[in-house]
Ligand binder design. Structure first.
Ligand code: MSP
Length: 649
């Protein structure tokens, strides 16, 4: 049986950020979960490369649209692959003959069915949302994103969307779960009930698009082109039982594009007599400090630094546990590390290493036998509850249920005190010890299997440590039951799966990588010049190693920072250098760093510079920063942890 699901195909006007990663990770989790249910699950994503917004971004980067879209699309592909996401089809709308052909084929079917006519549109258009804003007047803001709309006057082909008002309402009534969650369904219903206007589906004032097979120069409206990508990917493909992959079982999207998916898309398919998708699920927004993340607000967080510092599974777990799927939720580095340490390192990771270490120590690495009935009952309840929650995409609830099993097992181990039982040689104590060890290991196996769609990498490691002979991917949800762990099975080598992380250095590392990735992406988007291979400034006269040794560079940590009255550029710092007293240092970095940003930060200090007075304050040392000619200073720092006072050589 097939299960076909999609993510939106993302615009390539900017590089991916954590919001795109959120949807794509959720889709990967759903795909893995469907596989576990026995479906032949296939996932499509891709990049939406046509339209005015992308055309303008390419011009701004000084590149041709072809060159620009390829570079950004490659960046999306690379990130999904580095995250280990199970993408089966990646559609690039501007570089795929099959896609172009599918778009034109669908348009032909509308023509034959009488749903297209020629007209002209004079009205407002939002380039950011690629949206016709019929109700707006010149100068008005877009009701969706608030940006100023632009006036468009052009000859267009129109799609008779108005003809589908009743059929769409019938669809929503007959299939109440066509749009989920309920709140999004209500939004769509009230919109459609007001009646629908016909929709312009071609543009003549832009070139960057798929040509409409008619006289004159028309390219397709980008949203039509984009939605068709879902079909392009699997057109003509069948599952192993010979069923077509189309229609999609699920289009997973963010809530801001629900109308395009729940109104335009089914109407487009109805007009071509094609099967409709089964479900549109619109999740909420990932907020950063209470605002939707967006480039224009400047509050973007990227997923790559998080993956590099904390691992992909840490991010997957956080996103699905912290945010109730379907609602908005906030991201912060603090919350990410907090959950990692308390729930992954102390929770799952600790239970795994504790259980396996005891099996090694007390039973020579062989799984004993015996079951505690209360834990068995709890585990069976968790299998049912978490499977049902995952089935309803209620990931946080499913995870909660698994974590309550983990804490019940933790409590059970403390109560049983295997370390005390191990010291007693009587057969009753030894049988109790067998029972405690088997019960913990079996509960760990059940939890690992249930968690594998969300934590694939870490669960595979725990699975191997348990010595399981069959691959984790072969576990099917409907046959997962208590008691399948075989007594006598030898466990594998033990290794910590979630080592505890120190919040401060980890956050520092992520922030530093974020700045680096952001600079690389600015180059990709043509917003910053590529760093030259040549040194920026001519190298000065050469010095000997002895000259260098005269400079004493040491690691310091800022313990206080305040602005210097009457001097816009200066900050007065107290820096700990592991000496008897902190150093007072005055630094010209106030235009770039706020005092609170520096608190606790590790910096490099020239420690043997002769003291001097600045604005009446003693400056005893100098802080090391880099800058290009005329640019802003960037403080030197460390990716790895290093103690205060250490000397740089
Ligand atoms: N190209 C269109 C989609 C066409 S689908 C036929 C588009 N692209 S987009 O690049 O703007 O991506 C939007 C999608 O990215 C959202 O619907 C959501 O899936 C994801 N997200 C982008 N930012 C997000 C957040 N801040 N929070 C949650 N999801 C986010 O729209």
């Amino acid at each position: 049986m097939k299960y076909y699901l999609t993510t939106p195909i993302y615009y390539v006007n900017a590089a991916p950020h954590i919001g795109h990663t959120y949807t794509t990770i959720a889709a990967d989790v759903i795909k893995r979960f469907k596989r576990m249910q026995g479906f032949e699950a296939v996932l499509t994503t891709g990049t939406d490369e046509h339209g005015q917004k992308v055309e303008r971004a390419a011009t701004a980067a000084g590149k041709s649209p072809q060159e620009f879209t390829r570079a950004i699309s490659d960046e999306f592909k690379r990130q999904w692959s580095d995250f280990g996401l199970g993408i089966d089809h990646f559609v690039r709308t501007s570089d795929d003959p099959k896609h172009r052909e599918t778009v034109q084929w669908l348009f032909d079917r509308w023509m034959k069915n009488g749903y297209v006519y020629k007209g002209s549109y004079t009205g407002q258009y939002c380039v950011f949302d690629e949206l016709y804003v019929n109700e707006a007047k010149p100068g008005d803001a877009c009701p969706d994103c608030g940006r100023t709309t632009e006036t468009v006057t052009e000859e267009n082909y129109f799609f008779k969307l108005s003809a589908f008002t009743e059929r769409l309402l019938e669809l929503y009534a007959k299939q109440p779960d066509f749009i989920l969650p309920e709140s999004r369904r209500n939004e769509v219903l009230s919109f459609v009930r007001q009646g629908l206007n016909d929709l312009s589906i071609s543009r003549t004032t832009i070139k960057w698009g798929i040509p409409v097979p008619v006289e004159g120069h028309h390219v397709f409206y980008v949203w039509f082109d984009a939605l068709v990508a879902y079909m392009t990917a699997v057109r003509g493909l069948k599952d192993t039982e010979g069923h077509d992959f189309w229609p999609a079982d699920l289009h997973l999207i963010g809530k801001e594009i629900v109308r395009f998916h729940a109104i335009f898309w089914p109407a487009f398919l109805m007009a071509a007599d094609l099967p409709l998708p089964k479900r549109i699920y619109a999740h909420g927004w990932l907020l950063f400090e209470h605002d939707k993340m967006s480039k224009s607000r400047g509050n973007i967080v990227r997923a790559e630094p998080i993956r590099k510092v904390m691992g992909a599974d840490a991010l997957r777990y956080f996103l699905l546990r912290e945010i109730v799927f379907g609602q908005d939720g906030s991201f912060s580095y603090d919350a990410l590390i907090g959950r990692y340490n308390s729930e992954l390192a102390n929770g799952l990771g600790n239970l795994a290493s504790r259980t396996l270490t005891m099996i090694n120590q007390y039973r020579g690495g062989a799984i004993p036998s015996g079951t505690d009935e209360a834990i068995e009952k709890a585990a069976c309840g968790t299998i049912r509850a978490s499977a049902e929650a995952f089935y309803n995409f209620d990931f946080s609830k499913g995870l909660e249920s698994i974590w309550s099993l983990l804490s019940a097992v933790d409590k059970f181990i403390v109560e049983q005190a295997p370390w005390t039982l191990a010291k007693k040689q009587d057969s009753e104590s030894q049988a109790k010890l067998d029972r405690a060890l088997y019960t913990s290991a079996e509960a760990l196996r059940v939890a690992t299997a249930l968690l594998s769609p969300i934590l694939p990498e870490s669960c595979a490691k725990i699975w191997t440590q348990l010595g399981m002979p069959e691959p984790l991917e072969s576990v099917r949800l409907d046959s997962l039951a208590w008691g399948q762990l075989r007594a006598g099975q030898k466990i594998g080598p033990i290794e910590a799966v979630f080592p505890r992380r120190d919040a401060k250095p980890a956050i520092e590392q992520m922030r530093e990588l974020e700045a680096k990735v952001s600079a690389e992406q600015a180059v990709l988007l043509g917003k910053a010049p590529a760093p030259s291979a040549e040194p920026a400034a001519p190298a000065g006269p050469q010095i000997t190693i002895d000259d260098f040794a005269k400079v004493e560079l040491r690691v310091g940590q800022v313990i206080s920072a305040e602005r210097v009255k009457g001097a816009d550029k200066l900050l007065h710092l107290q820096v700990d250098l592991a000496e008897a007293e902190p150093r007072s240092i005055v630094a010209g970095i106030a235009e770039v760093y706020a005092p609170e940003q520096l608190m606790g930060r590790k910096v490099v200090i020239v420690a043997n510079l002769a003291p001097r007075k600045l604005r009446g304050l003693t400056s005893n040392g100098m802080i090391v920063a880099a800058s290009v000619e005329g640019g802003k200073p960037v403080l030197a720092g460390f990716l790895e942890d290093i103690p205060v006072g250490a000397r740089l050589k």
